[in-house]
Ligand binder design. Structure first.
Ligand code: HEM
Length: 143
């Protein structure tokens, strides 16, 4: 924000683009729903879409924690408690996503790897499959 030339601008572009992406994916889903473009034979693409919107949210959340400021800390705290409240798999989920039952160095490292390595690969692959299916099936005529 302060040392890198135009660092503050780079961060702001990333931050606001992320907000626009979440809104755009949501609007795209509404477009698909209200034009009935999820109906046969596009059910699989709708399901891939549901995974994509969930991963887009996780992209936003993992990125939200990386500044590691007060906002990030309390958002992380809520996340750990939500994970721990999952019946049976709660502790496992908290270990997997947050690196433990409370926030710490492991959480920051895990969120960083998820945000800059794991999610980019998974989401890019899914978007390629998603658009590939559209390319094969063509855009649906509004139902
Ligand atoms: C990162 C997120 C996503 C990206 C980049 C993406 C991209 C696209 C693109 C470029 C198309 C073709 C043009 C268009 O109809 O707009 C498309 C079609 C489609 N998308 Fe997505 N999408 C995403 C998320 C979703 C979500 C959340 C859903 C639903 C839950 C969804 C369901 C569909 C369906 C069913 C089609 C076919 C529509 C048709 O043939 O008219 N997509 N997607």
């Amino acid at each position: 924000m302060t040392d890198l030339n135009f660092g503050y601008m780079l961060r702001s572009i990333h931050r606001w683009s992320a907000q626009v992406m979440v809104a755009a994916v949501f609007l795209h889903m509404l477009r698909v729903y209200f034009t009935g473009s999820y109906k046969e034979p596009r059910e699989l693409n709708w399901l891939i879409g549901i995974v994509l919107i969930s991963l887009t949210m996780f992209f936003g959340y993992s990125g939200y924690l990386l500044p590691w400021d007060q906002l990030a800390f309390w958002a992380g705290q809520i996340g750990v408690e939500m994970a721990l409240s999952v019946p049976l798999a709660g502790e496992w989920a908290a270990q997997l996503v947050f690196g433990g039952f409370s926030l710490g160095q492991a959480t920051l490292q895990r969120m960083y790897i998820i945000h800059v390595f794991f999610l980019p690969f998974v989401v890019t692959t899914l978007i390629a499959i998603h658009i590939g299916i559209v390319w094969m099936q063509g855009i649906a005529e509004p139902h």
